[in-house]
Write a protein of this length. Structure first.
Length: 277
């Protein structure tokens, strides 16, 4: 496990200084923050004033993203290598993040995997790993940061689910089942914690302009389709006929993290161009 801080942690500004950004002094832990939607969320929360811990398995990619984030102002950025399949790794990573940048007030469970296989060929190991990363890790991380949020009197838990958590898709049974489970976890925790200062929500992107979608496009091309045809197949469920941009998902997350969104909890918000309503 390694950590690297790009700059000093921002602290809440007093009444005599500039108007603070909404998340000034808050510490956000983002899993899968080294690329795609996770990286976009990191940029959004940094721009809103939060200090950021990026967590992932790929240390080199974490360092690269940390360097990019450090150019966006006085936000502090730390990196934690964390294996979300391993409960001990999660415990160590959260403790190290807390030591580096202070108590965690925002948790973004973004990391996920999406194995594709027909039912007859779906392996049990793949099914288990999908649930370990997509659901179990979110549960363990939520437990690990709960005391921090309750002590601070402020907490935001946001689970990046998918439209696959709101409807079905063929050939990705493990992914669909795990994302439905993640929304169930979201709703249960939102009710359990509703009397306190913590909100729990899910954001559900449709197919987004990420590595996961690009892999799906390449898989479709193996059937003889051109890239344009494959992209059209992938986006035909979206009434807007396009892939969702990571920054659109990040903007929704940023809105949910702000103090002004305190009454929004237990929601599964689709960012999908009208694919699900």
């Amino acid at each position: 496990m390694t950590t690297a801080t790009a700059s000093r942690a921002a602290k809440p500004e007093d009444d005599t200084g500039p108007t603070p950004r909404p998340l000034t002094g808050r510490h956000a832990l983002i899993t899968g923050g080294n690329r795609g939607i996770g990286a976009a969320i990191a940029r959004e929360l940094a721009d809103l004033g939060a200090n950021i811990t990026l967590a992932a398995r790929d240390e080199a990619a974490l360092q690269e993203q940390s360097q990019a984030l450090s150019q966006r102002g006085d936000t502090a950025v730390a990196c934690q290598t964390m294996d979300l399949r391993d409960a001990a790794s999660i415990t160590r990573g959260v403790a190290a993040a807390r030591d580096e940048l202070g108590p965690i007030s925002i948790l973004i469970n973004n990391a996920g995997v999406a194995p594709a296989a027909p039912l007859a060929k779906l392996q049990l190991d793949s099914w288990r790993e999908t649930f370990e990363i997509n659901v179990q890790a979110a549960f363990l991380l939520s437990q690990a940061v709960l005391d921090d949020m309750q002590t601070q009197g402020f907490g935001r838990m946001i689970n990046i689910s998918s439209t696959a958590g709101l409807r079905g898709y063929p050939f990705v049974a493990a992914y669909v089942a795990s994302k439905h489970a993640l929304i169930g976890l979201t709703r249960a925790l939102a009710l359990e914690l509703s009397k306190g200062p913590i909100t729990v929500n899910a954001v559900c992107p449709g197919y987004a302009e990420t590595e996961m979608a690009h892999n799906a496009i390449r898989n479709i091309q193996q059937s003889g389709k051109t890239e344009a045809e494959a992209r059209a197949i992938l986006t035909r469920g979206n009434p807007q006929g396009r892939l969702i941009q990571p920054d659109e998902v990040a903007a929704t997350v940023g809105w949910l993290c702000q103090p002004s969104s305190a009454s929004i909890t237990g929601q599964a918000i689709a960012v999908a161009g009208g694919e699900v309503m």
